[in-house]
Each structure stands twice: as structure tokens, then as C-alpha cells.
Design a binder for this molecule. Structure first.
Ligand SMILES: [Zn+2]
Ligand SMILES: [Zn+2]
Length: 152
């Protein structure tokens, strides 16, 4: 387990059973945007006795304690082990590319919100959905060719 998580768990006084440890490791191994099936596959490879309901419930507990990030992507929950570096994702809805935005960029937005509305936002893992630079250019090209078609 990564040292950051070990420390987080210690701070929380969170009881980490061998089963929970196994599930946490499965999330780490499954990488970013891991779906329940990806995690389940890894869990069952190590212990077939753990049910999907248990894994699901455990993931919710981990999420509530910020040991993992839970986001929704394309209507499905996706999981990622929390790391030391707070980061956010820019995910393209056309090609599903994924780029990271450092927290300091998001912090400028957080500051603006606080100044304007007095609300202190505490985003720790944002999924910004949109169009990447490449796909925007593709969209523009499509737009242009459509307009050309319309011309008599
Ligand atoms: Zn992430
Ligand atoms: Zn794209």
C-alpha cells in the first residue's frame, strides 16, 4: 500500500481488515477510472469468497473517508485511489482522452467563488467533461463542411 494511504488510514483510526486491504489494493491496481467490473475481477482473482455487494459497500466506505475518489462517468461509477497530489481531470466526451489539471488552477476558481458568494468549495477530485482541443478542431471542420454542403 502506498505510504500516503497508510498515513491517511492511521490518521482516521480506520480499521483495515485483510479483506479491506485486498479491495483497496485492487482499486490501486485497476488504475484511474476503474469500474466495478475491473475491481471485481482483481478481487476475485485473489479471493473468490468476496461478493460484489461487499466490494461495493467497501468502496462506498473508502469513498466516504476520502481513501478513494468516486466519480460518475458515462452513467457509471468510477473509482481511483486517492494520492498525495490533489488533481482533477479534463475528460473529452468525444474521444475519452483524459488530461490532468493541477489543483492550483482549480483553486483560482475556488477563490473566485468564495469572493463572490462566500462559499468555500472544497473540490478534491473534479471530472470536467467537455471537448479536447483536437476534437474541437474536428467539430469545426465538420461544421465548415456542413455549411459548404448547404451552398448551392
Ligand atoms: Zn484522478
Ligand atoms: Zn477528444
Amino acid at each position: 500500500m502506498n505510504p500516503y494511504l497508510e498515513e491517511r488510514i492511521r490518521e482516521l483510526g480506520f480499521r483495515i481488515t485483510p479483506q479491506r486491504q485486498l479491495i483497496l489494493e485492487a482499486v490501486a491496481e485497476a488504475g484511474e477510472k476503474a469500474r466495478i467490473e475491473d475491481i471485481m475481477e482483481r478481487v476475485q482473482a485473489k479471493s473468490s469468497a468476496i461478493s460484489q455487494a461487499t466490494v461495493y459497500r467497501t468502496l462506498e466506505i473508502f469513498g466516504a473517508h476520502n481513501l478513494i475518489h468516486v466519480n460518475v462517468l458515462d452513467g457509471q461509477r468510477v473509482y481511483e485511489v486517492a494520492g498525495e497530489n490533489v488533481h482533477h481531470h479534463m475528460i473529452c466526451q468525444s474521444c475519452w482522452s483524459d488530461e490532468k489539471i493541477p489543483h492550483k488552477v482549480v483553486n483560482e476558481f475556488v477563490d473566485n467563488v468564495q469572493v463572490k458568494y462566500g462559499f468555500l468549495a472544497q473540490p478534491h477530485h473534479l471530472f470536467l467533461l467537455g471537448l479536447c482541443k483536437h476534437c474541437q478542431e474536428e467539430e469545426d471542420k465538420k461544421q465548415i463542411s456542413k455549411e459548404e454542403e448547404k451552398r448551392p
